[in-house]
Design a protein around this ligand. Structure first.
Ligand SMILES: C[S@@+](CC[C@H](N)C(=O)[O-])C[C@H]1O[C@@H](n2cnc3c(N)ncnc32)[C@H](O)[C@@H]1O
Length: 619
């Protein structure tokens, strides 16, 4: 083969577009390997399947069946029973045990049963559906509208199975993985083709994709042929070495030291939705770009130098003069790249802090920063912005600002002002956390950190959920739902099934929790009606009638799903729009003593709807 792409394993980013002639050859090679693997697979598969089926048939030992028939006859023939079968006390419940020897001779004897009395006040738990806990509403499983994954109450004769199944097109098992199926065409074969092209023919991953023969190898962190490979067990197919050799990289890790690459890959897996900020979120489906940076500097090097403050050490930038400016040269380009990456996020970090992040002397970092951001290019277009002046760092110096959902670097001994926006009143919400370490950052309750991770030895990337506590002693009450600052409730038997009870004294206006469930529209709820009608329990909560949005807490949820109905309720539901998403917050509307049950008024519509079968909680 004339075209050989000698891309090293792991060197997946250095892709050069093949020339047209090379491309044709490349595609031909791909097709040839694909056909070869295809042929091998189907030569192997029918014989293998036949062997497996044969092995199920088992082997018959002559006389075995007759022997067992005789045993069964003995068991039921009273004439063959032992005379010792008489029980001492005929009123005592007993049963007969028959023991057989190797020849099939049986001997029976009675065993008296010991009666165990059960406390009559002890009630078994009523039949109940499983309901795993979740802490944010989730999307339905993508197939659930058309595919029956599970039949509830399948072992109860009264459950209208046929009515329930009438709402679906398929059973889940009909769509499950099969290497030959139409839904997953020859995945096994495609994976092996990719392995041979990469390992034997040295074609890079990108060029394999360019052939357009196979499914894309790696579309995102949770899609593509290589990802699927990591999700499943492999057929023990002698031709498919992929499963055992593992010589094809399945993760696209950036090189060590590539801070920008590392941060981009980390960001890609983070959900940027401000209510979420989770890794590998499956609730918010928009693409996660993973881009960051682009922040503009507002503090000149000169004003940094003129600012007040103590030198951080002998090599502090504060102790150098202008003559030093031309004397710094960093040989290693990746050092400069690291500095640029950090500055693209926090352009006004002081050299003393940058020095720790870059493992470089403070004055050298200062010089490099002044080359990256020459003073004549730095200007502050918002000098009267909402951030208060930091007199320690000079007239123009600004404190690093933490934007919600954006990453921020924290040093081991970093101390900074973080100014958070809260309803346009930033000053009242200014807080001053001091983080000595990730543990310290987590321990600082003023900012619940959604996730913190080390990206290098002394750099940690921290995500905060949103605006938290104000600098004033009073916390912002409108953020309790986001902070999940809920009062404690206890779930136990109540008049109507299970109920939620106050586990502590509560005041009027206290927050109980966020009603979470599976996010649905009215069209999705038909099959649920059958289940709700049968169980007599309905957990649908209509969040926006005009948009037909509902949350169903029947199959997943949190304690708020247990609030029962009362016209004289002590709680109410408030529908809130939080960062563009609807949430249903439950709040007390009167004082509730510890131990009292919490009630919501479901509203007439709910009970009207329940009676008419088309039911949904509409508070
Ligand atoms: C959101 S659930 C409440 C938790 C439920 N009790 C449980 O055990 O899971 C709503 C269901 O509780 C029951 N329920 C709640 N309040 C009720 C009431 N006042 N009268 C009768 N049933 C009630 C009904 O079965 C209703 O469909």
């Amino acid at each position: 083969m004339a075209f050989i792409d000698r891309t090293e394993a792991g060197d997946l980013f250095n892709f050069t577009t093949p020339q047209p002639s090379e491309y044709t050859e490349l595609r031909e090679l791909g097709l040839q390997v694909y056909k070869e693997v295809w042929k091998e697979f189907y030569e192997w598969e029918p014989t293998e399947c036949q062997q497996i089926l044969d092995s199920f048939a088992g082997q018959r030992v002559p006389g075995e069946r007759e022997k067992y028939n005789k045993m069964i006859d003995q068991l039921f023939d009273p004439a063959l029973q032992d005379s010792e079968l008489q029980v001492d006390n005929p009123t005592q419940p007993s049963l007969v045990v028959t023991q057989y020897d190797a020849e099939g001779r049986g001997i029976s004897y009675p065993v008296e049963l010991e009666e165990i009395s059960v406390d009559p006040t002890f009630e078994p738990h009523p039949p109940y559906e499983s309901c795993p806990p979740i802490n944010q509403s989730i999307l339905p499983y993508h197939q659930s509208r058309e595919t029956a994954t599970f039949i509830p109450y399948a072992d109860e004769d009264e459950f209208p199975v046929i009515d329930y199944l009438a709402h679906f097109q398929y059973f889940a098992w009909e769509e499950d993985f099969d290497p030959d199926s139409i839904a997953f065409p020859a995945e096994m074969i495609q994976i092996e083709t990719a392995r041979r092209l990469y390992s034997i023919h040295h074609i890079s991953m990108k060029n394999i994709d360019r052939m357009g023969i196979l499914k894309p190898l790696r579309e995102s962190h949770h899609q593509g042929l290589l990802w699927e490979k990591s999700q499943r067990d492999f057929l023990r197919w002698p031709g498919g070495a992929f499963a055992t050799e593992g010589d094809v990289p399945t993760s696209f890790e950036p090189a060590a030291g590539d801070l920008r690459g590392m941060l981009s890959s980390v960001l890609k897996t983070f959900c940027p939705n401000l209510n979420c900020l989770r890794t590998l979120c499956t609730t918010h489906t928009y693409s996660q770009s993973g881009s960051f940076g682009g922040a503009r500097p507002k503090v000149t090097s000169q004003s940094m130098r003129l600012s007040e403050g103590e030198p951080c050490g002998e090599e502090c930038f504060r102790l150098t003069d202008d003559s030093y400016l031309d004397k710094v040269y960093w040989e290693n380009e990746s050092d400069t790249e690291t500095l640029k990456t950090i500055l693209s996020i926090s352009p006004d970090l002081f050299p003393c802090q940058l020095a720790d992040l870059c493992f470089k002397p403070c004055r050298e970092v200062f010089v490099q920063r002044s080359h990256i951001f020459p003073d004549h290019m730095v200007f502050d277009d918002d000098p009267d912005g909402d951030e208060t002046q930091n007199h320690r760092t000079g007239p123009k110096a600004r404190k690093p600002r933490l934007h919600f959902g954006t990453p921020m670097f924290l040093l081991g001994d970093y101390e900074s002002w973080l100014t958070l926006n809260c309803r346009g009143r930033p000053r009242t919400c200014a807080i001053r956390p001091v983080f000595a370490s990730i543990a310290d950052a987590h321990a600082n309750a003023a900012i619940p950190i959604v996730r913190a991770l080390h990206t290098s030895e002394n750099v940690c990337l921290v995500y905060v959920r949103t605006v938290m506590q104000g600098a004033t002693k009073k916390p912002c009450r409108n953020t309790r739902l986001q902070r999940n600052d809920a009062k404690m409730v206890e779930i136990r038997r109540a008049k109507y099934g299970l109920g939620a009870f106050a586990a502590q004294d509560m005041k009027r206006g206290d927050y109980i929790g966020d009603y979470v469930g599976i996010f649905m529209t009215h069209d999705d709820t038909n099959s649920l009606d059958v289940v709700a009608k049968y169980s007599g329990r309905n957990y649908l909560f209509e969040v926006s009638p005009d948009m037909h949005e509902l949350f169903d807490a029947a199959r997943v949820g949190n304690p708020t799903r247990f609030l029962n109905h009362d016209t004289d309720a002590n709680c109410e539901a408030q529908i809130l729009l939080v960062n563009g998403e609807h949430h249903i917050g439950f709040y007390t509307i009167k004082a509730v003593a510890r131990g009292e049950e919490l009630f919501l008024n479901y509203g007439e519509q709910y009970w009207g709807a329940v009676n008419k079968r088309d039911s949904s909680v509409a508070c």
